[in-house]
Design a protein around this ligand. Structure first.
Ligand code: KG4
Ligand code: ZN
Length: 330
């Protein structure tokens, strides 16, 4: 069973070939055109996907050492994401599915992230997944591959957004997560104390917008002294985000008494986060899965994997499937 995955929901044009759940190729081209704007410009993103997608699909097929005619099904992200960008990937995939006369499987981006935990790993059910990306911070309670519900959400910014906005305050490039991580490596995470946000009436939910404001105030104050370390500031800010994520995760899995945990999404690439999660793993003897680093940030292998898991349940999509920029999970 050979699957082609396509992901164009934001600023990565990505294509992957997998066979029976094993990745043969995974090409991710991150658009550079947005760098000077400090964030993704939707119109530029869709045009760039359009320009590149065909060449990337061919490159991916070649790298996997298969032929287009060998592909048995196509999995593609239909939401959430930027409408124009989703349209490019979805329409391309529809055309290819019709041309090759093979099934199309529409995948939600978050289910794609969740499925990254199944690449080179075999999670056990029931499990709990913390999904930490640039647009989402949620905890899902998963009974089986197609049965889950959201038990925790952010009430304002996502964790990745907290990294991105924090980086902007510190004068760093976009995306901010890797930049802050780099700076934080040489810093003391306990040097500055940031308030750990709590959400009224819901001890499972996240809130990150106050943290970014606290960073702004702290930096403005410190700027009056000529002697402070940006490394310490970045490390302390990163520590606050990570501690907040892990505190809420600990509350949720302790409440449900489920110790199979999958942590996915762009922020799960953060090594300080991974290291900090290990202390929870030891304390509770967790069965803890982080995807391989290349499958944390947006990529088509996770979309192909989600498609494979759906195909195993005989679930495919109708060609009338439409892009959905904002899939709501409850
Ligand atoms: O999952 P993803 O690639 O795209 C979305 O679905 O949003 O996540 C992107 C987010 C960005 O906010 C980025 O700053 C963050 O993930 N990120 C990181 C790291 N790598 C990416 N955050 C912290 N540390 C990292 N190493
Ligand atoms: Zn993503």
């Amino acid at each position: 069973m050979i699957l082609l995955g396509i992901e164009t929901s934001c600023d990565e044009t990505s294509c992957s070939v997998i066979t029976n759940g094993v990745v043969l190729s995974n090409i991710v081209k991150t658009q550079k055109i947005h760098k000077k704007f400090g964030g993704v410009v939707p119109d530029l993103a869709s045009k760039d996907h359009e320009r590149k997608i065909l060449a990337i699909v061919y490159e991916c097929i070649e790298e996997a050492k298969v032929k287009l005619g060998d592909v048995d099904a196509i999995a593609v992200t239909y939401g959430s994401g930027l409408l124009g960008s989703l349209i490019v990937g979805l329409n391309f995939a529809k055309g290819l599915a019709v041309g090759l006369d093979i099934p199309l499987i529409g995948i939600s981006h978050l289910e794609g992230h969740l499925s990254s935990g199944f690449i080179n790993n075999s999670p056990e059910f029931p499990c709990i997944s913390l999904i930490v990306s640039g647009g989402h911070t949620q905890i899902w309670l998963i009974e089986s591959i197609d049965k889950f519900n959201v038990v925790s959400n952010t009430v304002d910014d996502a964790a990745g957004e907290a990294f991105d906005k924090g980086a902007r305050i510190l004068g760093l490039d976009y995306p901010g997560g890797p930049e802050i991580e780099k700076l934080a490596k040489e810093g003391n995470p306990l040097k500055y104390k940031f308030p750990l946000p709590e959400v009224k009436n819901n001890r499972f939910n996240f809130s990150f917008s106050g943290l970014k404001t606290a960073l702004l105030y702290k930096k403005n104050k410190l700027d009056n002294f000529d002697n402070y370390s940006m490394n310490d500031l970045a490390a302390s800010y990163q520590h606050a985000i990570v501690t907040s994520l892990l505190n809420k995760l600990e509350r949720v899995f302790s409440h449900y008494k489920i110790y199979n945990i999958i942590i996915v999404g762009g922020v799960s690439a953060n090594l300080y986060f991974r290291k900090s999660a290990l202390s929870l793993k030891e304390k509770y003897d967790l069965n803890l899965i982080f995807p391989d680093l290349e499958y944390c940030t947006d990529n088509a292998a996770m979309i192909a994997m989600a498609g494979y898991l759906k195909l195993l349940q005989n679930k495919t999509s109708d060609l009338s499937i439409e892009p959905n920029p904002n899939i709501i999970y409850q």
